[in-house]
Design a protein around this ligand. Structure first.
Ligand SMILES: Nc1nc2c(ncn2[C@@H]2O[C@H](COP(=O)(O)OP(=O)(O)OP(=O)(O)O)[C@@H](O)[C@H]2O)c(=O)[nH]1
Ligand SMILES: [Mg+2]
Length: 264
């Protein structure tokens, strides 16, 4: 067991949950309600909406009006994308003074019920990952063999062999970051935009020597709404993996940013 950090109480920290949304009108109010029902005293939610045509942004505004202290929204107008949305959300969460930052999907694939479990492991980690591939973790029963195969290939072969990722779930999108970990990463150097964003962050964590703890989750398929997993996003994932390795190849633990650099 790693040494615990006495400066970081585990379940009563200032927590900001960053949720990127694109066309999640049918999910957003429900996921926010479930997060608020966790009754974590210092939990705030930051929705990062990419100008969704289905009105998700307006729903976010009405949630902010209902819960002005704990629900916040960024309306993005520029180039759309998951990675860019997360980067904007992380920067804003740091400005909001978050001590812990959760990233999760809006579609219930990442159950809010796991957040206390992630928090319980933060003492021993720089980032805690909700993992589908550690013992006890599982995938939706409805997945066909092809989707199983693709996911297994991406996690067990592709990212493991090409990037040497030590984690079992290198494409995981459900994470709890310590503030210091995100401050230590040069967020301006992260360039992936689609789902491969998760892989790039995992690789940078490895290069910088951050401690990653994986806790098992059950990954349920989205309940409502349509997938945004398009062919260009898949192509980006395949090509970017080489580029990620090349771009961050010189990073060492001593390249973690200091607080002064991070606030610039
Ligand atoms: N802001 C923003 N959010 C996005 C974008 N693309 C996807 N998202 C959100 O990112 C999260 C993950 O996207 P999903 O479409 O669920 O991706 P997935 O889980 O791989 O695919 P399915 O669940 O099968 O649809 C969801 O909350 C989406 O609404 C984007 O371009 N911008
Ligand atoms: Mg999803």
């Amino acid at each position: 067991m790693s040494k615990s950090n006495p400066h970081l109480p585990n379940d009563n920290i200032d927590l900001v949950v960053v949720i990127p949304t694109y066309n999640e009108a049918d999910n957003l109010a429900n996921i926010v309600a479930e997060l608020l029902a966790l009754d974590l005293e210092r939990l705030r939610i930051l929705i990062v909406d990419d100008n969704s045509p289905d009105g998700t942004g307006q729903i976010a505004d009405s949630l902010v009006a209902l819960h002005p202290d704990c629900v916040h929204v960024i309306h993005r107008q520029g180039r759309a994308g998951l990675g860019l949305s997360y980067l904007d959300g992380f920067r804003q969460a740091l400005r909001m003074g978050a001590e812990g930052i959760v990233q999760m999907d809006a579609d219930f694939s990442h159950s809010p019920q796991y957040i206390p479990v992630l928090l319980a492991h933060l003492r021993e980690a720089d980032v805690v990952v909700g993992s589908r591939y550690v013992p006890g973790g599982s995938l939706d029963e409805h997945w066909g063999w092809w989707r199983h195969f693709l996911s297994w290939w991406a996690n067990s072969i592709y990212t493991r062999v090409l990037l040497g990722l030590p984690v079992k779930d290198g494409t995981a999108g459900f994470k709890l970051w310590r503030r210091a970990t995100l401050e230590g990463i040069d967020l301006d150097s992260i360039q992936s935009n689609g789902y491969v964003f998760q892989v790039e962050m995992a690789y940078v964590c490895k290069r910088l020597g951050y401690r990653v703890v994986e806790v098992p989750i059950h990954f349920e398929d989205r309940r409502i709404g349509r997938s945004k997993m398009s062919v260009p996003v898949k192509i980006e994932a395949a090509l970017r993996t080489f580029e990620i390795r090349w771009r961050h190849r010189h990073l060492q633990p001593q390249d973690r940013r200091t607080l002064v650099a991070a606030t610039r």
